[in-house]
Design a binder for this molecule. Structure first.
Ligand SMILES: Cc1ncc(COP(=O)(O)O)c(C=O)c1O
Length: 418
């Protein structure tokens, strides 16, 4: 569920008229509902209440400081994957002992910054990474918590780019190698290896692959000579973009809690999409309507640089007019909804049935709150869009639209070229 609804045929975010926000901030812009964000967080929290989980929102889904802060205030931890995310996480006033750090390519500098910040633990993805963390911990005179990211070799039905738990994926450590590490923990005197981590992919709509992965982890746990205190089961919970029928948080919890309870560990979850995905939309304006010999095109002012998911993953987003037509049998068109970027792969939707819309109309690209702004870029030298959050009956610009000056920030022209 989310708080984007029509009232008298106008789209509202909570009690704010989306058209009014567009009039004030211009288009395109991302719009988030604070209430929906918090509600989604609470749904997971409630479903897993019996095991008192630590729910670390995955910042890669949406790292806007206001978004993260809203969740941190609710008690969320944060799942980070870079020095930049650590920097931003610390600006939310989070207790650093609620930060977990994943990613296969942590640099020495990033590791040092995270140890100094006193995070809960690193999810370690390779032996050389473990050796480096041990070395940095030694230099800083600290003992560092480590959770080993296991690759459980479990297939999931999702886009192949977001499958992360199969043996050909670059993520995690296979069971045999992890076991070898855990049998010689004395090689890492500055590390306390007390956690296991699995993250099998994203936009997963069924519990079965999680159960399969957890069963493998449990049987692994029983064979190792180390006491495991933390089990981080990753993120990946799927959401409704179109026709999906994903498991709800209570169903997911009901399916996996029996095995988790047997493990007697502190459970950590890292949901990103589940919390942020349907909490945000991208609002864009129709620039032109164009008919080619074969197709209708609706050309809008948001492109693949603003929302890359359709181009990158061929993903479906529901696209709705911000002001709905009052007529019962309104005329419609079948069109590709495309952006202004100079790439044929720049589209938000293909062959979509849309109510007949006109130049200047506003469209809402639904389910854009996760992997939307965070994956956006300046391609074609387009300033990145604004982000807005509705809290109760007010809206707040939580990130200014970039200016042309921002496009040249940090650039320098050598004297020879002046
Ligand atoms: C290690 C890890 N944890 C959590 C997540 C969040 O996944 P999702 O947004 O599907 O919940 C990801 C996403 O790629 C991830 O790599």
């Amino acid at each position: 569920m989310h708080d984007f609804r029509y009232k008298n045929n106008e789209l509202y975010c909570e009690s704010q008229d989306v058209r009014e926000i567009a009039r004030s901030v211009g288009t395109p812009f991302y719009l988030y509902s604070h209430n929906t964000l918090v509600d989604h967080f609470r749904k997971i929290e409630k479903a897993f209440k019996s095991v008192d989980p630590l729910i670390c929102f995955s910042m890669k889904a949406n790292s806007n400081t206001a978004v993260c802060r809203a969740l941190v205030r609710e008690g969320a931890g944060l799942d980070i994957v870079s020095g930049g995310e650590l920097y931003k996480a610390l600006r939310t006033d989070i207790n650093p002992k609620k930060i977990v750090y994943a990613g296969i390519g942590k640099t020495r500098r990033e590791i040092e910054e995270a140890i100094r910040a006193d995070i809960l633990f690193f999810n370690v993805e390779s032996l050389p990474e473990m050796a480096l963390i041990d070395d940095v911990a030694d230099m800083l005179g600290k003992t560092v918590n480590i959770s080993i990211r296991l690759n459980p070799d479990v297939a999931v039905k999702t886009h192949r780019y977001v499958v992360t738990g199969t043996s050909e994926s670059k993520f995690g450590i296979d069971f045999a190698a992890a076991r070898r590490i855990l049998e010689r923990t004395e090689a890492f005197p500055n590390l306390r290896i007390n956690g296991l981590h699995v993250h099998i992919g994203s936009q997963i709509t069924r519990s079965r692959p999680y159960i399969r992965a957890l069963k493998r982890v449990y049987s692994f746990m029983k064979k190792i000579p180390v006491k495991i205190e933390y089990l981080n089961i990753g993120g990946g919970l799927g959401i409704v973009y179109g026709k999906e029928r994903p498991q709800t948080a209570p169903r997911f919890a009901k399916a996996i809690l029996p095995i988790i309870k047997r493990m007697r560990v502190k459970v950590i979850l890292e949901p990103g999409r589940f919390i942020a995905g349907n909490s945000g939309i991208l609002v864009t304006k129709v620039l032109y309507l164009k008919e080619s010999l074969q197709k209708n095109f609706v050309i809008v002012d948001a492109g693949m640089n603003d929302l890359v998911r359709p181009s990158f993953y061929n993903s479906y987003h529901n696209i709705q007019p911000v002001v709905r037509c009052l007529q019962k049998r309104a005329p419609y068109i079948i069109a590709d909804i495309v952006g202004p970027i100079c790439e044929s792969g720049d589209f938000l939707a293909k062959g979509r049935r849309m109510p007949l819309i006109g130049q200047g109309d506003l469209l809402a690209v639904m389910g854009a709150g996760a992997y939307g702004y965070t994956m956006s870029s300046n391609y074609n030298s387009r300033p990145r869009v604004a982000e807005v959050m509705v809290i109760k009956n007010r809206f707040h610009v939580i990130r200014e639209r970039e200016s042309y000056r921002d496009l040249i920030k940090g650039e320098a022209v050598p004297r020879e070229l002046r």
